[in-house]
Design a protein around this ligand. Structure first.
Ligand SMILES: [Fe+2]
Ligand SMILES: [Fe+2]
Length: 392
């Protein structure tokens, strides 16, 4: 796999570090690993989620059709044809900006840009999946409840599978892989270095995975490439459980959290959303086309197309924050921030725990069934990213 622009050499670097060392990124953390001697299982939502997870395992090697021939440029042209959305959306709206660095780009250049934009999105999915793998492994160690350790262990396997799937797709089917976006990396570092394990849930399960679920839904709704569609459907079914895991777990501890501590969680949720909003500007992508990120940061956030695209990405996070009580605590501090971000309109959309029907008891649930990829719960397709965030 090629990762564009890494500081890697084949020979020994001056300080003696090998190429392998240069690909390793260490984050030092201090936190409590917790045993529990309480093996009782009184948390029905988590038990039910664990049962779903055990019945829903799949295999990247066997269940996806890797013989599918993928032509990235054709994929982009077909997508534009099928959706009526021109290649390069929403960045293409920069064509209307006076003095824009893309003013002279023709359709072929936009198709090339869209191929790389797809690579950049899939690359961030890949790196985010690795972040999820590490965060979930942390949760298995740090949470004090046996039900959460059981469920978390299934998520570790899920996330390893997702890393494997995106890495293989990028390596075998796409022209390049981009490095991790600095906003995503800084959020992952923050989450992994904090000793409070509930922030791992809030940063990863609620914000990063909530955004990923919407981004996957949007890609699933627009791409015409059969292998990518198949892969996204499988991954999304897993991700819906992961987001629900965060909501079920956090609801329990947030019920008893002192007001000043809860306030810190509101601020953390906002900061995490803000970093993910900055991530959507794709800073790792533009220099590949000789364009300065400062020009993009000055022009793109103000474009209506970019704003609509960005807003829909938060459609999962906002109702889940509401379900956790984060919106209205402290005179609605987070509600105001989400109003400023223009994403509050999603507050009454279905939250992910409701979508998976996890409120009942395990023994009330339907008889175990085999895994059916055509009837996946929690897979919501977003096939109209231009209009989906409108409330009118
Ligand atoms: Fe994942
Ligand atoms: Fe996940």
């Amino acid at each position: 796999m090629t990762i564009t622009d890494p500081p890697v050499t084949d020979s020994l670097a001056e300080d003696g570090a090998t190429a392998f060392d240069q690909l390793i990124d260490r984050v030092r953390a201090e936190f409590d690993t917790q045993f529990t001697w309480d093996y009782g299982r009184g948390r029905d939502g988590l038990n039910r989620l664990y049962e779903k997870a055990k019945r829903s395992q799949w295999n990247v090697s066997d269940d996806l059709d890797w013989s599918t021939d993928v032509d990235p440029e054709r994929m982009i042209r077909l997508q534009a044809e099928a959706t009526g959305v021109p290649a390069g959306f929403p960045a293409r709206s920069l064509l209307d900006v006076k003095g824009s660095p893309v003013a002279s780009w023709d359709d072929d250049q936009w198709v090339d840009f869209a191929v790389h934009s797809q690579c950049a999105s899939l690359s961030q999915f890949l790196h985010g999946e690795q972040g999820a793998l590490l965060c979930t492994a942390r949760l298995v160690e740090a949470v004090p409840w046996i039900e959460a350790k059981y469920y978390g262990s299934t998520q570790v396997v899920d996330e390893a599978r997702h890393v494997e799937a995106f890495a293989r797709y990028l390596d075998e089917k796409m022209p390049t892989t981009y490095p991790i976006n600095e906003n995503l990396k800084s959020l992952l570092d923050t989450v992994l270095t904090d000793e409070r394990w509930d922030l791992v849930y809030l940063g990863m399960q609620v914000v990063i995975e909530g955004l990923a679920l919407a981004a996957f839904g949007m890609m699933l709704g627009t791409t015409q490439e059969p292998l990518l569609k198949q892969m996204l459907r499988y991954v999304m079914a897993d991700e819906a459980r992961h987001v629900a895991f965060g909501i079920l777990s956090l609801r329990e501890i947030y019920d008893d959290l002192p007001a000043d501590e809860f306030r810190l969680r509101q601020e953390f949720a906002y900061e995490a959303c803000d970093r993910m909003r900055r991530r959507t500007l794709n800073a790792e992508l533009w220099p590949h086309f000789g364009i300065d990120n400062a020009d993009i940061e000055a022009a793109l956030p103000g474009r209506e197309a970019q704003q609509r695209f960005q807003h829909i990405l938060f459609s999962k996070i906002v109702p889940n924050c509401k379900k956790l009580g984060l919106l209205d605590h402290r005179d609605g501090w987070l509600r105001e921030r989400f109003q400023e971000m223009n994403i509050i309109q999603f507050e009454d959309w279905e939250n992910t725990a409701e979508a998976l029907n996890l409120e009942g008891r395990v023994e009330d649930s339907e008889a175990p069934t085999s895994f059916d990829p055509d009837a996946l719960e929690g897979v919501e397709v977003i096939d109209d990213p231009i209009h989906a965030s409108r409330t009118d």
